[in-house]
Write a protein that binds this ligand. Structure first.
Ligand SMILES: [Zn+2]
Length: 347
């Protein structure tokens, strides 16, 4: 595993870099960013939900004049989902950790910011930071078996938990698109909807991460000025940029490893255009948080996700085109390999 230290580093750089609007601000933010980077602890494990929530309460208690602590909803098991609002700047930033409960890297960023923000008053005057330390506490608790390592694929697989699509925070936002509709958000999604409505964010950072491969990004606007830096970031940290294709064929590629966000609308339209089957029959779950921002008219909000893996491979940085082999050939070969491994498992 790449060290969690560098993972958190990366999140913060991206956040500050993207949310700048003037040369003066950029210079100031780079200085702050450098200082923040130097103070990131060298995390050796992920925090439990209890640790994350306890830290949140301590921070709120310690800074009563600067922090507003509120529960934005309750999980399926009835656990409160807290959000801390810190600072009083005009720009509203919303960061939510663990939208997929097997993806806790972003919770380290939130945990770090809960202390670090108070050492940079500029950040509290320019922005209001709305932080959800863990939006899916039930699911995250079910992953805690691997949070302290050893960080091996076997241990990760053994204690891995991820809800099915129709129960995920990120895929059950209410949505109506052409002939498809979904109106039953999960409890945790409802909490995030409350947070979005309350904060009216200018910037939303969905703290996902991937499991394997290389690093890539989703961003709602083609901010091409920052794309070269995003592309170079992995190599400066000893990581690999995932130069392969997108996770889904219906996203737009802005630059290598930089894509438009996943969206139910785009998936539907893609199926409608390229298949002869009713798209409704191929859809499941609801909209994404990005869909929801559009649904409620927050079309100018910048939405970002930075996917980075626990386990990486240099192969993902190789974008050489193999002659005389189509994508179909490669996919079929992959299915054959799946069959082979299943055969070996059951015989
Ligand atoms: Zn995810």
């Amino acid at each position: 595993m790449a060290t969690t230290n560098t993972m958190v580093w990366r999140y913060i750089v991206l956040l500050l870099m993207i949310y700048t609007s003037s040369t003066d601000e950029i210079t100031k933010l780079i200085t702050i960013s450098d200082s923040l980077m130097n103070s990131v602890p060298d995390y050796s494990r992920f925090f439990t939900v209890d640790e994350l929530f306890n830290h949140s309460r301590v921070v709120a208690f310690t800074h009563p004049n600067l922090v507003k602590y509120q529960n934005v909803g309750y999980s399926r098991n009835g656990e409160a989902i807290p959000m801390l609002s810190i600072g009083n700047g005009s720009k509203s930033l919303l960061l939510y950790a663990c939208p997929h409960p097997n993806e806790p890297i972003g919770s380290l960023l939130v945990d770090f910011l809960l202390d670090a923000l108070f050492e940079h008053i500029d950040l509290l005057e320019a922005y209001t930071w709305h932080l959800l330390p863990c939006v899916d506490p039930d699911g995250t608790r079910l992953n805690e078996g691997w949070f302290s390592g050893p960080f091996t694929i076997r241990n990760y697989a053994q204690y891995f938990y991820r809800p099915r699509t129709e129960e995920q925070v990120e895929w059950t936002f209410p949505i109506v698109h052409k002939n498809y509709s979904w109106s039953t958000p999960s409890n945790e999604t409802q909490a995030l909807m409350n947070a979005i409505q309350f904060t009216q964010p200018d910037f939303v950072y969905g703290l996902h991460n991937s499991g394997f491969g290389g690093m890539y990004y989703y961003i709602s606007q083609p901010l091409s000025d920052i794309f070269p830096e995003l592309e170079q970031l992995p190599s400066t940290l000893g990581l690999f940029l995932a130069k392969g294709e997108a996770e889904s064929p219906w996203v737009t590629q802005f630059a290598p490893a930089i894509f438009s966000p996943l969206s139910l609308r785009n998936a539907y339209d893609y199926y409608e255009k390229y298949t002869h089957i009713d798209p409704v029959s191929m859809m499941s779950g609801g909209g994404t948080s990005f869909d929801y921002l559009e649904e409620i008219g927050l079309n100018n909000t910048i939405f970002l996700m930075a996917e980075l893996p626990y386990f990486q491979s240099p192969v993902v940085a190789n974008d050489t085109i193999i002659p005389n082999r189509t994508e179909r050939d490669v996919l079929l070969q992959g299915l054959d390999k799946d069959d082979e491994s299943l055969f070996q498992c059951f015989n």
